[in-house]
Design a protein around this ligand. Structure first.
Ligand code: XMP
Length: 179
């Protein structure tokens, strides 16, 4: 931590740059049985998954197309509103295709549940989900993520794509915000 805003707002670094890099390498290998077929679609949930998806996709050897869905549920705060809104779903061309959805964090589970339902309705052949972080908590939603890089405590985290009110996304590590 070297900037003033990081010292003021951060409690601690949870996952360092190298730890993330090594785990993303391994995760790409874990995904191989699903992503081995050329032609699957990697759907990136914006904006939080941008760093993770960029790093993960470049470690997956097979060909894939990359698409984006803009999804909103936090509206800048630290609590899910419980209202998941797919802001722009026009571009996702998934009919008849295998899909890997990549998101930053699995919290209540509502976002991925909604996105998977949306992609299935668009005719995707199979949809699997992958997140950087999975929060340890009891979830009311009957939905489980297929792959995750790290399991973390139920704390609000930022960095490596995750934001608080639009800030901190560019940090190369994941940090815990002061409460
Ligand atoms: P759900 O609850 O639908 O949440 O699984 C998924 C989305 O909520 C955001 N989220 C967070 N964002 N730090 C963040 O910066 C967090 O600790 C956090 N927890 C949830 C995130 O956008 C995720 O895609």
């Amino acid at each position: 931590m070297n900037c003033t805003f990081e010292r003021v707002f951060f409690d601690r670094v949870l996952l360092g740059e190298q730890e993330i890099r090594e785990r993303v390498d391994l995760l790409a290998k874990e995904l191989a049985t699903y992503t081995d077929d050329d032609g699957f679609v990697l759907v990136v949930i914006l904006k939080g998954a941008l760093m993770f998806a960029a790093d993960l996709s470049r470690r997956i050897p097979s060909q894939c197309s990359i698409d984006f869905l803009t999804v909103s549920s936090y509206y800048g705060g630290t609590q899910s509103t419980g209202n998941v809104h797919i802001v722009d779903g026009h571009s996702a061309e998934v009919y008849g295709k295998k899909v890997l959805v990549v998101d930053d964090i699995f919290d209540t589970g509502l976002t991925l549940q909604t996105v998977v339902k949306f992609l299935e309705q668009k005719g995707a052949q199979e949809v699997r989900t992958c997140v950087l972080l999975k929060k340890k908590k009891v979830r009311g939603v009957p939905f489980e993520v297929d792959y995750h890089a790290f399991e973390i405590e139920d704390e609000f985290v930022v960095g490596y794509g995750l934001d608080y009110q639009g800030e901190y996304r560019k940090l190369p590590y994941v940090g815990v915000m002061k409460t």
